[in-house]
Design a protein around this ligand. Structure first.
Ligand code: ADP
Ligand code: ASP
Ligand code: MG
Length: 401
């Protein structure tokens, strides 16, 4: 029998009417003869609301308690959806992350899945039940609840699809597929029929939140048959696959990431091993460093600037403060008024001049570039935050006809 994993995001289960809509999609799939595992997120803005509630008590709460709190959002969704499915006359059971067997590491608030013990879940499927699983959550080896990071329900769904060797993993959301840029921000964004795992991974890592980047990583690793599709309109979505048909588009997408901060370390000794020291200390604290720029300072010193996710800012500053003990005195500056805008496309590997064209488009839009980084299939620039949407539109106009 076919097995299909269907994931529904927050807006798709936001209220009773939307939950009925999801229940109908799920039961139609079941009726057509497939086994169905459903993964759901918290309703609407529930996760944001819970975060706000926590901050009323403590602006810097314990991560363990945050995970305990945030995991409740998904628990509301699974029970409500199971009630709706049952009311439609179908056999169904809801399972928390723990009951579904999600074991993660102990990195609270961005835990990684280590293993999924699907024995219970498969028993329920064998009885031809629809199984509704809470996304975004698991437990660590101490039996404490963990969460997978914002947007992590996508990863729960793909991980289950991989583990259960599902025939298909459908990510239902409030847009009808993956576009060349966020269609809410960019006027001429175009829907893609398909996109490669590598391109999707870069786009997701550069801030296109339509898919959680780890979900794409996992889909590529286990070759999961993955698609992004609308929960509100009945039309074909976007397929994410290993190899895609040749396409005319040189650039597959434009994305922006507002949740980063630039840190500059000024006046470091200009001698070997300094960059090594700083970046290994940051790595030891699991801080993800992105764009890096080193420049020669005045009088025998050097400066290093880099970007980190905004939620790693305090940890990074702490590391840099402690490192003064071994590296000597230097000053540290931070700038949160930045955004990273990226263009992504496998086509740029074999086409010279893409960077020049990107910089020209930004110049014509009167946008100043603070930092640049490139990889095989991506070019990113750091600019002022309030110019992010303008830059995305300028790049979309230049590259996506
Ligand atoms: P869900 O709650 O279903 O997980 P998300 O809000 O996480 O939904 O992701 C869907 C949103 O992602 C869309 O509403 C859209 O605004 C945004 N988005 C960003 N980049 C893209 C893109 N390239 N293609 C489609 N949607 C995108
Ligand atoms: N509810 C979580 C969040 O808002 C997980 C998810 O939606 O995927 O980030
Ligand atoms: Mg999401």
């Amino acid at each position: 029998m076919k097995l299909i994993v269907q994931k529904f995001g927050g807006s798709s289960v936001a209220n009773a009417e939307r939950i009925w809509n999801v229940a109908r999609i799920v039961t139609d799939t079941y009726k057509n003869g497939a086994n169905v595992v459903v993964v759901v997120s918290a309703q609407g803005d529930t996760t944001d609301d819970l975060i706000a509630k926590a901050h009323e008590i403590d602006p810097n709460p314990s991560k363990r308690e945050m995970d305990m709190l945030l995991s409740t959002g998904e628990q509301i969704s699974i029970s409500l959806l199971a009630m709706a499915i049952s009311k439609l006359g179908y056999p169904v059971i809801s399972l928390t992350g723990r009951q579904a067997g999600f074991l993660t590491d102990s990195n609270h608030s961005k835990a990684r899945i280590k293993k999924i013990d699907t024995e219970r879940l498969e028993k329920e499927l064998d009885q031809r039940k629809i199984v509704v699983v809470a996304g975004f959550q698991g437990i660590n080896r101490y039996d404490d609840i963990t969460t997978l990071g914002r947007g992590g329900s996508d990863t729960s769904a793909v991980a289950l699809a991989a583990e259960l060797k599902a025939d298909l993993c459908q990510i239902y959301t409030d847009v009808d597929g993956v576009y060349t840029a966020d269609p809410r921000l960019v006027k001429n964004a175009k829907k893609l029929e398909e996109i490669s795992f590598d391109e999707m991974l870069e786009l997701a890592s550069c801030g296109a939140q339509v898919l959680h980047n780890r979900s794409v990583e996992m889909a590529k690793k286990y070759n999961v048959n993955l698609e992004v599709i609308s929960s509100l309109e009945d039309k074909p979505g976007t397929k994410i696959k290993e190899v895609t048909k040749m396409e005319k588009l040189l650039i597959k997408g434009v994305a922006k990431d507002d949740d980063i901060v630039r840190i500059s370390v000024i006046g470091l000794p200009d001698k070997p091993g300094i960059a090594f020291k700083i970046f290994s200390l940051l790595a030891a604290k699991k801080i993800n460093v992105d764009i890096i720029l080193q420049s020669v300072g005045r009088t025998g010193t050097k400066d290093i600037s880099f970007t980190v996710p905004v939620d790693s800012k305090d940890a990074a500053l702490e590391v840099l403060e402690e490192a003064k003990d071994t590296l000597g005195e230097y000053t540290v500056e931070t700038d949160t008024d930045v955004t990273k805008v990226s263009i992504v496309g496998a086509g740029m590997q074999s086409n010279p001049g893409v960077a020049a064209k990107m910089f020209e488009a930004l110049y014509e839009a009167d946008i100043n570039i603070a930092m640049i980084s490139t990889s095989e299939i991506k070019i990113s620039v750091l600019i002022k935050k309030d110019l992010g949407i303008k830059a995305m539109n300028a790049l979309s106009d230049a590259f996506i006809k």
